[in-house]
Design a protein around this ligand. Structure first.
Ligand code: IVH
Length: 676
């Protein structure tokens, strides 16, 4: 073999290996080599191709990084037109579709369908010649599209070369290019950081990315692809059903949506719709419905087409999640922590299956970024269970008298100053619990299911209790009497008694619930549980300092600061005192659990300590901790005395927690450790 043959073979081998690893990584999701190894092989091939440009091929993975920008896209004619689908919006439409098919085929037997999610991206047709990706085009008007070959080559899950046997000389694969939700979020995060325009939804982002004349830009966007059909084929396929064809495409290395199913009849299609609707939010990509296709090809052929859609398929759409409407006003709502949130009052509109008349604008930065003004026509979005939001403004429809939105200087509820700290996106009312809005929210939180769990104390009652001044702080809940409750509007005698019983019952609680109920900033359920488990008693939590708090799992400096200052406020202590006086109790947490915080932890002592090293060491050992002589990644904490040496530097390097001796001794005594 000559040298050049040798090099040629080496390049071919590298291409083959790299393409295979690429498929394992992006399609099968089961990589077998680490990323660095892939990069090494990739660079090896790149070097070979730079030295011998004649060895470069269309199916080389080096072609995925993008090429010089094009002046414009050329046109591609589709030999088999790219059709669209008719739509169904409910079960009635779907049953009518099945009936039309049966009538036309003159058959009453069960009809099998393939069911596929309807991906929300854009259709492309990819042409493989002798198994090698030769051309890719957009759908365009269905008959002529744009040549986007260079861009499609950059999409990692699309094979540059098909795998396996029996590959037709010519094969057009059709499917959807889309941007997974994670890639979309990352792209928009980056745009916000760089102050550039964000995309409204993943479909627009996918379309914008694929229609780039500069394919190097496309290569940086996280695009994906699922195949769902074929176009021109040089050989008649041997498959008899659409399901078998998808399976064949999968064997050739093409990504196929893992949710696809073949089902026995139209009722099963409807259950597929329900299943997919239920898991829609947890899917890593956006879909806007599902597609049913008659599974047998002979039946598809018999049914044919009507205008530009097949008779054998239908898209069963989810209710629209985006609609246009008008912003009638923008008001500011005050939340439990005083956050002042702009809310758009909308002309009511049916979106995502419900009528929406309010949508959050999140904060003033968002209002400015989206440039929302009163009078504007906007796109409202309601996806799944999330709060409806204003996605963007249709600037072309802005009326001349549209008014811009300003942050009020004073709280719309209590009149206290509204301030916005530079490093926070939200503005806050400074009224604290004197602000009726904050008080109402604090009480709603205090009585909620995961907190004190007072059944029957709904939002409407809380609002009346505050408006009537029956309740001026959370502790007042336990001072309510039956006559007071019964005097409220819409609260019958019996309900008032039930509520009194529920209040009484709530007094028996747990420390994590109580802590969570207090509504300390940044202390959610999990943090409350961690604090309770770490310290065991409320008294301890009230007395420890910020440094100690930061030792609790998942508590960082910000949470520690909020907790520390909460318990330093006299009125908070008074309220806690009053709550405990009214009979709130919880079972104590055994101290053994509390001091488990030290169990198995590895400590290193360094520098000269003010007490004998042995004393500290024994105290730690007796609490189940370990003391080691050297710092490594496994070390949990380094305790430093005066003039620490290299162990201290090493701990800094490795990012290991460091505590000064005195703070450390206070911390472990708080945890119940006794120094001998
Ligand atoms: S089949 C002849 N299957 O929906 C049938 N289309 O409204 C051709 N789409 O342009 C389409 N997911 O962009 C089919 N699983 C799927 C699909 C799907 C999304 C899109 C596609 C097409 C549009 C038709």
């Amino acid at each position: 073999m000559t040298d050049s043959q040798d090099i040629e073979q080496q390049a071919a081998e590298l291409r083959h290996v790299l393409n295979e690893h690429n498929h394992r990584y992006y399609v099968l999701d089961t990589p077998t080599i680490p990323d660095v190894e892939y990069d090494r092989l990739f660079r090896e091939l790149q070097a070979l191709e730079t030295e011998h440009p004649e060895l470069q091929t269309q199916d080389s993975p080096t072609q995925r990084v993008g090429a010089q920008p094009l002046p414009q896209f050329s046109q591609v004619k589709h030999d088999v037109p790219m059709l669209s689908l008719s739509n169904a919006f409910d079960d009635v439409d779907v049953n009518a579709f099945a009936k039309r098919i049966k009538d036309r085929l003159g058959q009453t037997d069960q009809l099998a369908f393939t069911c596929e999610p309807k991906l929300d991206g854009l259709a492309v047709s990819i042409r493989y010649e002798q198994g090698v990706l030769a051309q890719a085009a957009t759908r365009g008007d269905g008959f002529t599209g744009e040549n986007i070959t260079l861009n499609v080559r950059t999409i990692p899950s699309i094979p540059l070369k098909l795998q396996g046997n029996d590959i037709p000389g010519l094969l057009e694969v059709r499917g959807e290019v889309f941007m997974p939700k994670a890639g979309f979020d990352a792209l928009n995060q980056r745009a916000i950081k760089e102050g550039t325009k964000t995309f409204v939804n993943p479909r627009n982002a996918a379309a914008g990315s694929l229609r780039q004349l500069d394919s190097r830009i496309t290569a940086k966007r996280h695009l994906a692809f699922f195949a769902y059909a074929t176009g021109v084929k040089s050989e008649e396929h041997v498959q008899h059903t659409h399901g078998e064809m998808l399976e064949q495409l999968r064997h050739w290395g093409l990504p196929i949506c893992p949710e696809n199913r073949v089902v026995a009849n139209i009722d099963a299609c409807l259950s597929f719709y329900q299943d997919i609707a239920d898991k829609r939010n947890s899917l890593p990509y956006e879909i806007d419905g599902v597609v049913y296709k008659v599974n047998r090809y002979d039946l598809q052929d018999a049914l044919g087409f009507i205008s530009r859609a097949p008779r054998w398929a239908i898209a069963h759409k989810f209710p629209a999640e985006e609609e246009l409407t008008r912003v009638n006003d923008v008001e500011f709502q005050v939340g439990r922590t005083g956050a002042v949130t702009p809310v758009a009052r909308l002309e009511p509109v049916f979106v995502g299956g419900v009528t929406v008349s309010n949508a959050t604008l999140h904060n003033m930065d968002e209002v400015k970024r989206k440039d929302v003004r009163i009078g504007d026509t906007v796109i409202v979005r309601r996806a799944g269970d999330v709060i409806p939001e204003v996605a963007s403004v249709i600037l072309e429809r802005r009326p001349e008298d549209a008014t811009s939105v300003e942050l009020p200087a004073h709280c719309p509820v209590c009149g206290a100053d509204v301030i916005k700290l530079d490093d926070e996106a939200v503005a806050r009312c400074t009224g604290g619990l004197f602000c009726q809005a904050q008080l109402k929210e604090a009480i709603k939180h205090f009585t909620s299911r995961k907190a004190m769990d007072i059944d029957g104390l709904g939002d409407k009652i809380v609002e009346q209790l505050v408006d009537e001044k029956f309740v001026t702080n959370i502790a007042d809940i336990y001072q309510l009497s039956h006559p007071k409750l019964a005097s409220l509007e819409r609260l019958a005698d019996k309900s008032a008694q039930n509520l009194m019983d529920a209040i009484e019952q709530s007094k028996k609680t747990t420390l994590p619930r109580f802590l969570y109920a207090l509504g300390i900033r940044e202390v959610g359920e999990a943090t409350a549980r961690n604090l309770a488990q770490y310290y065991g008693t409320l008294e301890k939590i009230e007395s420890v300092n910020e440094e100690s708090l930061q030792q609790v799992p998942d508590v960082g400096p910000i949470v520690a600061e909020h907790v520390y200052y909460f318990f330093r406020q006299a009125h908070n202590r008074e309220i806690i005192e009053s709550l405990c006086q009214s009979g709130i109790t919880w079972e104590s947490i055994p101290l053994s659990t509390a001091s488990q915080a030290l169990q198995g932890k590895i400590f290193v002592l360094t520098g000269s300590l003010s007490r004998p090293r042995q004393v500290v060491k024994e105290a730690l050992l007796s609490a189940g901790a370990k003391v080691s002589g050297s710092v490594s990644k496994k070390t949990d904490m380094v305790v430093v005395g005066a003039d620490p040496g290299s162990k201290y530097t090493k701990a800094l390097e490795l990012g290991i927690d460091i505590m000064e001796e005195e703070a450390f001794i206070n911390h472990i005594t708080d945890l119940g450790v006794k120094l001998p």
